[in-house]
Design a protein around this ligand. Structure first.
Ligand SMILES: [Zn+2]
Length: 382
């Protein structure tokens, strides 16, 4: 008896709810009916390490990574991205990237070869390798606006002065230096694409790294390509960029025979610790560390714990560790540990840029960009 009564009650309730919902829908004019509720696009926007604007020529630059993860069940198609002024109410856009520009900066994580990286499938993540410039500098605070499919989303607030900009002396002297794979966003820039997971989070110690090589008529050597001594920069002196304490100084690894691609055969099997070859790390203060890599065996003039003065001789350029031809890999990061820190920008007190007629374009307190050819003057001038 009891169960039959309950069943009857359910039937009455079901009938009432169907009847009521029908009559409600019929009574509300079409124009007043609201869209069914839905959350905003389920796109996580994250900048793990905030940028710092740096000067080069007549512009200021920002280089950083924005990570996007689609937490929703349908694809999100990126159409545009705007950087909004976070210092002003109304958040006026400071800069915007259309889909063509975004295509050069966005990568789906785990798949570098996708033709349409602007389509982030459900559960996928992408990285926006952002690079932008502005003549007048940037607001202190920037908010990202992602225009995706039929919707837009504001988020990922960043500060444009995350770290202090240190003024450094050049790490080498003389002319004909090329800032190979230096600060920039070229598609073949291997430092820029150096984001890896270490300690469970993403870092890019090489974001502003420069491979300093010497070039004459656009080539870095003359004669036998398999001899380190054929390279114009081999054996060049390396200097302390600032006063500081030597955190580590590692010597004893042999030079590799130069060779690129399949012709690269490191002199010793590479391990994580051996990637930098013979190397020096200087504590610059403020949590900044200068890393010098691939030095010539037996050339180190300093040891762990030494205090060095800016301009002091540290050693010579070699071809040790993960180096395919002689060069100085130089980077400033937030960690004394190899690859564990985030690469940060700095400025060099004085250099001249190379043009066809020589090196007469003087620059003060700027950071050279990728592929720029630089004259640092001789050690006496500095
Ligand atoms: Zn390098």
């Amino acid at each position: 008896m009891k169960s039959t009564g309950l069943r009857l009650s359910y039937l009455i309730l079901l009938f009432c709810s169907v009847f009521l919902s029908r009559s409600t829908a019929q009574d509300v004019p079409a124009k007043n009916r609201s869209k069914p509720f839905s959350f905003p696009p389920q796109l996580e926007m994250r900048v793990p390490f905030g940028p710092t604007a740096f000067p080069n020529g007549s512009n200021f630059y920002l280089i950083y990574e924005l990570y996007l993860t689609n937490f929703g069940a349908s694809p999100i198609h990126l159409k545009r991205m705007e950087l909004l002024n976070g210092d002003r109410s109304g958040n006026a856009p400071v800069l915007s990237f259309d889909s063509l520009e975004l295509k050069t900066m966005v990568k789906i994580l785990g798949n570098n070869n996708l033709k349409d990286a602007l389509n982030i499938e459900a559960g996928q993540s992408a990285v926006v390798e952002a690079k932008t410039s502005n003549k007048t500098g940037f607001p202190n605070n920037i908010i990202h606006r992602v225009i995706a499919s039929a919707d837009s989303l504001d988020g990922a607030a960043i500060n444009t002065h995350t770290t202090k900009i240190q003024t450094l002396k050049p790490p080498v002297s003389g002319s004909d230096w090329i800032a190979a794979d230096g600060p920039g966003n070229s598609i073949d820039n291997h430092h820029r694409r150096g984001n890896i997971i270490l300690g469970g989070h993403t870092v890019n110690s090489r974001r502003f790294a420069i491979d300093w090589k010497k070039v004459k008529d656009s080539v870095s050597f003359s004669g036998d390509a398999a001899n380190v001594r054929s390279y114009f920069c081999y054996g060049e002196k390396i200097f302390a960029v600032a006063d500081g304490t030597i955190i580590s100084a590692t010597d004893g690894l042999p030079d590799n025979i130069p060779g690129h691609g399949k012709a690269f055969h490191p002199a010793v099997p590479l391990t994580f610790e051996k990637l930098p070859g013979n190397n020096i790390v200087i504590d610059l203060g403020d949590g900044h560390y200068a890393h010098y890599m691939h030095m010539q065996p037996g050339s180190l003039h300093v040891k762990k714990g030494d205090h060095v003065r800016k301009g002091q001789l540290l050693g010579n350029i070699g071809n040790s560790g993960d180096a395919r031809e002689p060069h100085l890999h130089f980077e400033v990061t937030t960690s004394s540990k190899l690859l564990y820190g985030d690469g940060i920008p700095y400025i060099i007190d004085h250099y001249r840029l190379g043009y066809q007629n020589g090196f007469d374009d003087v620059h003060h307190n700027e950071l050279p960009k990728e592929k720029q050819i630089v004259d640092f003057g001789n050690a006496r001038e500095r």
